[in-house]
Design a protein around this ligand. Structure first.
Ligand SMILES: [Zn+2]
Length: 583
């Protein structure tokens, strides 16, 4: 193992542990020494002994496990966090009645707010048309109400919000959006789908202040650190929201972040792409701090299956000739990609349907021919459906696969939306996790928070077992499985008992693969592997201590593993004993 000569003692020594380094040889050591933010020695107790001085903090791990701290490669921290932490929080609500109760409680307790915002309702609690404006009108008809679904792809609004936005039965659908209308009356129902339609009401809502975003980030990072996470990627930064990106910037400059963020500018398909790339280039020059940088542009190729807006190669099973939503025209996408690539940015694509993968890879292939090969590390996030030949094309083009193992399970979205919309053959090809690893792709983990909590033990378990951990299942469905949720009569009762398990068992990943996806592969996806992603001499000491060796326990015990300590650049930023170290 690599060693360096030191004249001075280490700041921190961890010993008597199981240190899974995730280095190229997947070395397992028992001790680590840290000085000036970086790992200075990896080995055993004898190796680190000479580095222990009077002021060295020594932690006896007593057999606990150490991993590189976790990386979440696509989420919406400030955006979703602000909405969930400071407004109506429906993320822990699993029924319509519960939703109504929580919205009403918030409205009653906040007579001072001029508009009611919130997030987290589940689309699967409603029929295809979605929740109705009338239900919100009963709670408050004077103030606008706007609530985002947990998947972030639809907005449930009341009549007041529709009126303020000027949306009537005569309003036609905007680009990249759908105004849900009653099939009988043609009146808007109160559901706005996808960014183009949501913007009508979003733009009328009171602006979030820079301080609110800062408060959000400070509260979030304590939670993220408690989950063992110290690096994240904000996949949707809007150039038109300086409060948003300056909140990150100011916290980074003040040295107050304990999570480092990378980010992507949101590319609005309704606006001129050249102007956006120009502006993004200018703005990104300002974000060159270690803990906040924007190095990517985020493109939506399609939207989501559950809103029937994910783009498929074959039509939806329940709707004739409906293929979903293609966000970009082929030629314009090629031109925009070419320019983004030439400007040295990473292209980060929201890809859900197999049709989206197909046309985006066509464009990326042309761009690589045109601009030449470079270390671009363009990325696909989500990858719900993709054909094997397109996985191979991703490998050839060096595209990262950023996946949410959390979703590779059969929960209510699967039974109530994906199965009827995709049909049995396609639904069981969803989330081909192992195929992505087998193709040699750089596979990284994301939670898409606020869609899912960035709980890595859950991610590992679901990636390995393709079902929900018991404790998450219990939280969502209570003690007894609610079989009423599984309404499809074509599914046999014996199979219904399998709720939670995706049938495609050949796609189960290994623990080693899941750990790599959360550490070194996440670092690579974010151009951080020189400094992060493994425990090696010279790298930053971002470390997580777990209460058990994940390799030594039964898989069923993985979700119960607890984060004991999290280090960010050698500083203890979380301790289960409550010994929070403040910067
Ligand atoms: Zn996202």
């Amino acid at each position: 193992m690599k060693q360096v000569q030191l004249s001075a003692p280490a700041d921190l020594v961890l010993k008597n542990g199981i240190v899974y380094t995730v280095d190229a040889f997947r070395t397992i050591a028992s001790a680590v020494a840290v000085k000036d933010k970086r790992v200075v020695r990896v080995g055993n107790s004898e190796d680190v002994q000479p580095l222990i001085g009077d002021n060295t903090q020594v932690i006896d791990l007593k057999g606990q496990m150490v991993l590189p701290a976790f990386i979440d490669s696509h989420m919406h921290p400030a955006m979703s966090g602000e909405m969930i932490l400071f407004n109506v929080d429906l993320t822990d609500s699993y029924s319509h009645e519960d939703n109504i109760k929580k919205i009403k409680l918030f409205a009653d307790n906040h007579p001072e707010t001029t508009a009611i915002r919130g997030a987290g309702f589940s689309r699967s609690d409603y029929d295809e048309i979605g929740p109705r404006k009338e239900w919100l009108d009963e709670i408050d008809s004077k103030r606008p109400i706007a609530l985002r679904s947990v998947d972030l792809h639809s907005l449930w609004v009341n009549s007041r919000a529709l009126e303020m936005a000027g949306i009537t039965k005569d309003t036609s659908n905007p680009e990249n959006g759908v105004i849900m209308k009653d099939p009988d009356t043609g009146e808007p129902t109160g559901l706005l789908q996808e960014p183009g339609a949501m913007a009508f009401v979003d733009n009328l809502m009171p602006k979030v202040s820079k301080q609110q975003y800062k408060d959000t980030l400070i509260r979030l990072q304590e939670w993220f650190n408690s989950l063992g996470m110290t690096t994240s990627f904000d996949a949707w930064v809007e150039m038109g929201l300086p409060n948003y990106y300056e909140a990150y910037q100011e916290l980074a400059e003040a040295g107050l972040l304990t999570v480092r963020y990378r980010g992507a500018w949101y590319m609005d398909p309704a606006d001129d792409y050249q102007a956006q790339i120009e502006k993004g280039r200018e703005l990104s020059k300002r974000f060159k701090t270690d803990h906040w940088q924007i190095h990517a542009f985020k493109f939506f190729a399609d939207q989501i299956i559950e809103e029937e807006t994910g783009l498929l190669l074959e039509p939806y099973s329940h709707r004739q000739n409906h293929y979903g939503l293609k966000v970009w025209d082929d030629e314009i996408l090629r031109q925009a990609f070419a320019l983004v690539d030439k400007a040295g940015f990473q292209i980060h694509v929201h890809q859900i349907g197999d049709g989206a993968a197909r046309y985006v890879l066509d464009a990326l292939g042309k761009v690589q021919k045109e601009n030449g090969k470079r270390d671009a590390r363009h990325s696909f996030a989500h990858i719900q459906l993709i054909l094997p030949e397109d996985i191979r094309r991703m490998a050839m083009l060096g595209v990262n696969a950023i996946i949410a193992p959390y979703w590779a399970v059969a929960e209510d979205y699967y039974w109530e939306l994906d199965l009827p919309y995709l049909g049995e053959e396609r639904v069981n090809r969803m989330f081909p996790v192992q195929s992505l690893f087998d193709a040699g792709l750089n596979v990284a983990i994301h939670s898409d928070y606020g869609v899912t909590e960035p709980d890595f033990m859950w991610a590992f378990y679901s990636g390995i077992k393709r079902c929900l951990p018991k404790r998450i299942f219990k939280k969502m469905y209570g003690d007894m499985p609610d079989y009423k949720r599984i309404t499809d009569p074509t599914v046999r009762l014996s199979d219904k008992k399998q709720i939670g398990v995706l049938p495609s068992k050949e796609q189960m990943a290994t623990l080693e693969e899941m750990i790599e996806a959360a550490t070194i592969n996440g670092a690579k996806a974010n151009f951080l592997e020189k400094n992060l992603g493994s425990i090696e001499v010279g790298k930053l000491a971002d470390l997580v201590v777990l209460d058990r060796n994940l390799f030594a326990v039964n898989v069923e015990n993985i979700p119960e593993a607890k984060v004991v300590i999290t280090f960010f650049e050698g500083k203890m930023v979380y301790s289960a004993e409550g010994a929070h170290a403040h910067l």
